[in-house]
Design a protein around this ligand. Structure first.
Ligand code: ATP
Ligand code: NCN
Length: 233
């Protein structure tokens, strides 16, 4: 896709718009879910897809299996309008590179759909280590979600790239198929999956940190006992 196309995209009116919020979701928690709703509202997208990573490229093996993490995502969003899960990364072997996922989505959705990939500041701070990270901006818009406990760090190459693509209004992303960049500040719930796994391993409650349906799934499947809390990040 050329820059010229991006410009004409920016002038286009409403187009079908999809946001992708990828994560290990080991497990999904209320911090993810509150942000997902706020992102969907801020972007005004028709769909926000929570996409569990099968083999997260930059961390150790998750504590729960991929199909269990997907089941918890589905339990968490059941009945929530506009939130969907997408299991395509579970169907691919090897590291779950986002660039491969976006290429796949483009083949499926075509060039015209506005596609925005969302990443929290902890994930964004590693962007220079992501597979073919420059191509992400040709395939999608990028929405950086500020997390209070993870200040955005300087990344020379990435910063140059994003400065050239920054838009001033979050709503403009919906009018662009790809190539835009925006930083969104939200009310953050200071919840992390690491903390949830640690609580479970030490027999403490996770009530109100995850939806009840997720807490029930974890209890029924005996997840995150001491032996399988996953590798530290
Ligand atoms: N409390 C939160 N509020 C908003 N975004 C979050 C929150 N926790 C994680 N995210 C974002 O959600 C995406 C997926 O995160 P991930 O599944 O790694 O959860 P996590 O809680 O950070 O897990 P872990 O503690 O295992 O690293 C990332 O982009 C991350 O920045
Ligand atoms: O494409 C990559 O190289 C890449 C490297 C690290 C993370 N990601 C993706 O970023 C998302 C958040 O990852 P994580 O490890 O913070 O849960 C998830 O969808 C990962 O697949 C992608």
């Amino acid at each position: 896709m050329t820059d010229l196309q991006h410009n004409s995209d920016a002038q286009a009116k409403e187009r079908h718009s999809v946001a992708i919020f990828g994560g290990t979701f080991d497990p999904i928690h209320n911090g993810h879910l509150r942000s997902a709703i706020e992102i969907k509202e801020a972007l005004g997208v028709s769909e926000l897809r929570l996409m569990p990573s099968h083999r997260p490229p930059l961390r150790g093996a998750p504590g729960a299996e991929s199909r269990q993490r997907l089941a918890m995502v589905n339990a968490a969003i059941c009945g929530e309008v506009g939130l969907f899960s997408d299991d395509r990364e579970l169907k691919r072997d090897g590291p779950s590179y986002t660039v491969d996922t976006l290429r796949d989505l483009r083949v499926e959705m075509g060039e015209a759909v506005s596609l925005t990939v969302v990443m929290g500041s902890d994930a964004f701070n590693q962007l220079h280590r992501w597979q073919d990270w420059q191509s992400l901006f040709e395939l999608a818009n990028v929405l950086l979600l500020h997390r209070a406990d993870h200040p955005v760090a300087a990344q020379a190459d990435v910063d140059q790239f994003t400065a050239a693509r920054r838009v001033t209004d979050v709503c403009s992303l919906k009018t662009m198929s790809a190539g835009g960049f925006y930083e969104l500040g939200l009310i953050q719930l200071p919840i992390s999956a690491t903390d949830i796994r640690q609580r479970l391993a030490s027999g403490r409650s996770i009530r109100y940190l995850v939806p009840d349906a997720v807490a029930s799934y974890i209890a029924e499947h005996g997840l995150y006992t001491m032996k399988d809390i996953g590798n530290p990040v």
